[in-house]
Ligand binder design. Sequence first.
Ligand code: AHR
Length: 515
Amino acid sequence: MAPTRPHRTLLAVAATGVLVAGLFGGAGSAQAATTGPCDIYASGGTPCVAAHSTTRALYGSYTGSLYQVRRASDNATANIAPLSAGGVANAAAQDSFCAGTSCLITIIYDQSGRGNNLTQAPPGGFNGPAAGGYDNLANATAAPITVGGHKAYGVFVAPGTGYRNNNTNGIATGDAAEGMYAIFDGTHYNGGCCFDYGNAERNSRDNGNGTMEAIYFGNIKVWGYGTGNGPWIMADLENGLFSGVNAGYNANDPSIGNRFVTAVVKGQPGHWSIRGGNAQSGSLSTFYSGARPNVSGYNPMRKEGAIILGIGGDNSNGSAGTFYEGVMTSGYPSDATENSVQANITAAGYATGGGTGTGPTVGSTISLRATTACCTTRYIGHSGATVSTQVVSSSSSSAAKSGASWIVRSGLANGSCVSFESRDTAGSYLRHQNYQLYLHANDGSSLFANDATFCPQAGMNGQGNSFMSNNYSTRYLRHYSNNVYIASNGGSNAFDSSTLWADDVSWVVTAPWTP
Ligand code: AHR
């Protein structure tokens, strides 16, 4: 099904996030319309020319597809639409389509009617990790949340993941004015280059200063930064993430780490702005509004009009983050228009839930039992650095029992996830290396933290939990020949086999063999 162009004549733009009943149909009709962010931008004279979201419609009348998923079991695809016009995504349709297997987000549709869809980013100045140098696609179940009480999924960008459109329609080029906002998970970021959403080069290469204008979110300090330790909202203008007029430090750009962050960047000839706020409540603040950077090459701008998500303009793909929705406009939106959009966003009701919180409790000590029929007496355990599944019973040795017992810690690299510290070797954690699990001492590095962080989801076979790798988000903790790996469903390694994949990646959290 192709996305449906919104019927702008039917839009009710007066109310922000408020149900306006009876607009469609005659007497007795129970149909209703909502106002979306793009209705507000249109009424402000700066219409959306791209509108992307896996969580909700961004026009009050939009009923078309929001995104497409592809499942590993048979490579079939399905489009996910809103539950109703202007509404939240039908996550239940995705859950049913992806049941017992894994799904990737293959297309994020443009709701503006301009066809500016986002798909798997191609190689550019840098290659991605997937076949042909493309970037990875996002795991479709990695970022569950709720919007207005309805379950929905965001786009979880692990390093190597990226989406792009190099052949767009209506996106600003040259020094033309544009605006953009996006909603991100303010607790999921890193210092890799560059978790961006917005305007970039059409050839996926670094074409020089001023050839991009995108929102950046994260804590890389190579180019620009603000107060605190980040993350910061900055503008990626190519060869520079700018937090204000200066390269490097600008004191008015604060760290902003709300669970849901609204991030705004806009630019017009000789002038640009950064704004931001909490996407769950309150208003936007302006962190910068003024002249183009005092570095040559950024005035006038030479924007090229491609669209990127999760990567830098040259396909740098070391970045991490989570995207829920975002738009790009034609023209420089007024602060008042953006303030109304922020009111719409807070009224939409972004919240945690929808699948998170199902994992083991941080601070508890547990054991992890396999659920595949062969192996229901086996638990993840270690002997020194070697990790495997081992049969453990009440008559097992105390070493076997303690080796199969784990203290659940808040995820070393992501507070929404968990890490597993050894019960008998304090300071050592389960981590993957070359896709296999080991017990290693925490060396304090970002790599270790990521390798040791796993995000619980409902078990793929309906039992217990499956644990997604935080930095390889299509991979889950899996046992195979009694060894333990992070495995992708149907990938190229023997341990990626799709046979018994759902069972092998599902673990029951039990009472610990050694409390
Ligand atoms: O501007 C920062 C980054 O520099 C861009 O995203 C990328 O194209 C270049 O490496």
